[in-house]
Design a protein around this ligand. Structure first.
Ligand code: ATP
Ligand code: SF4
Ligand code: MG
Length: 347
């Protein structure tokens, strides 16, 4: 397998947080995350709110400094860059981030033309080249430069704003693009348009794209691989089809069971994965698995957080679960006996 474009190894990020009465403390936003992004692929990152998705993107573009771990992009350790080296890396724009909220990230007083040319000016591209590059980028995202060039962000629709944010990101011809929830604020038709646009940009420009989302459904049709985050940790990763049809972490199982568009044979049901009604949630300590309190497969070993390790017998999958290879058969057994005992209760 070729060297990945981006390699993140044991990355931990903490934020300073005010603590009542005791001054400043820290809160972990990412813990011991290891993840690769390959040239030309679409990697989908999914996880509930606060699980660390945006922090991963911000650390990769140099907006937050890792507490520990390394981030290697195209063979260069970018996690440790500081001062002018960091500014130079960000100016070149080889890794770009499209922020979660395009309206807030676009300066309301700048026209589309000014917004899209700004990264070129920062990267030092001569003014004489900028106009052509701006029009090329606006055209690549499917908009007509002649009608949109002089408009302000408030004069654009939500879908157009998302495209302008994308044009601004690709104008520097990056190798890697992070899109933070690019479709969560869009209606279904705009959502599909933006996702197929990202797929086209990946093919035409050879870009690697990381799409961050809350739900698996929007990633299912576009991503090559999926990475699942839960409470600051990467709990599972692998090729999209395999993760969707044979999840290895109970949290991924819950996500797939709850996503109506993720239809597959032997479909999991949310009830197969949730704690039984009235059951006491397992009690954990600071070292326990992050999913312990919600996990019906918890056992003694789970009082120690499992490492994210390759899944036995697979080429390209990782999971952080002590029962990664055994819980699916527990469900099969339970479901079979439930079906036999109570034939009318299926669903
Ligand atoms: N600037 C900050 N200062 C302090 N804590 C922060 C800061 N940014 C994020 N956090 C905390 O870090 C954790 C991870 O946040 P992050 O924004 O990466 O989550 P996320 O997965 O992107 O969530 P969402 O889906 O809501 O966007 C959260 O607990 C969050 O409160
Ligand atoms: S390690 Fe244990 S508690 Fe955590 S998800 Fe796996 S089975 Fe559940
Ligand atoms: Mg976020």
């Amino acid at each position: 397998m070729s060297t990945p474009l981006l390699r993140i190894t044991d990355l931990s990020v903490s934020y300073a947080l005010p603590r009542r009465g005791t001054g400043l403390g820290t809160g972990a936003a990412l813990r011991e995350v290891s993840l690769d992004v390959r040239a030309g692929e679409i990697l989908g990152i999914v996880g509930e709110t606060g699980s660390g998705k945006t922090t991963l993107a911000r650390a990769t573009v140099g907006l937050v400094t890792p507490a520990t771990g390394t981030i290697t992009f195209d063979g260069v350790d970018i996690g440790g860059l500081q001062g002018s080296a960091l500014r130079g890396f960000r100016r070149r724009g080889q890794v770009q981030l499209v922020f979660q909220d395009p309206l807030r990230s676009l300066d309301p007083d700048l026209t589309v033309g000014q917004l899209v040319s700004e990264p070129l000016a920062i990267a030092g591209v001569p003014r004489s080249e900028q106009r052509v590059r701006v029009e090329e980028a606006i055209g690549l995202v499917g908009l007509d430069p002649s009608t949109i060039h002089d408009r302000l962000p408030r004069q654009l629709s939500g879908g157009q704003r998302q495209r302008i944010a994308l044009a601004r990101a690709i104008v520097t011809r990056p190798q890697l693009l992070f899109c933070d929830e690019p479709v969560s604020a869009l209606d279904v038709s705009n959502r599909n348009l933006v996702l197929s646009l990202l797929d086209r940009l990946r093919r035409e420009l050879g870009l690697a794209v990381v799409i961050i989302a809350h739900d698996l459904s929007s990633l299912a049709g576009v991503a090559d691989r999926i990475a699942v985050f839960y409470r600051s940790r990467l709990v599972e990763s692998g090729p999209v089809e395999e993760v969707l049809t044979r999840p290895a972490h109970p949290y991924t199982g819950l996500l797939t069971a709850s996503a109506p568009s993720v239809a597959h044979e032997d479909r999991l049901r949310p009830a197969d994965l949730r704690l039984e009604q009235g059951a006491e949630p397992p009690k954990g300590g600071p070292d326990s698995c992050v999913f312990l309190a919600r996990c019906r497969f918890a056992h003694e070993a789970c009082h120690q957080q499992p490492l994210t390790t390759p899944l036995p017998g697979t080429a390209d999958r990782t999971a952080a679960c002590h029962a990664a290879t055994t819980w699916p058969s527990q469900i099969a057994t339970t479901s079979t006996s439930t079906a036999a005992d109570q034939p009318a209760a299926a669903g």
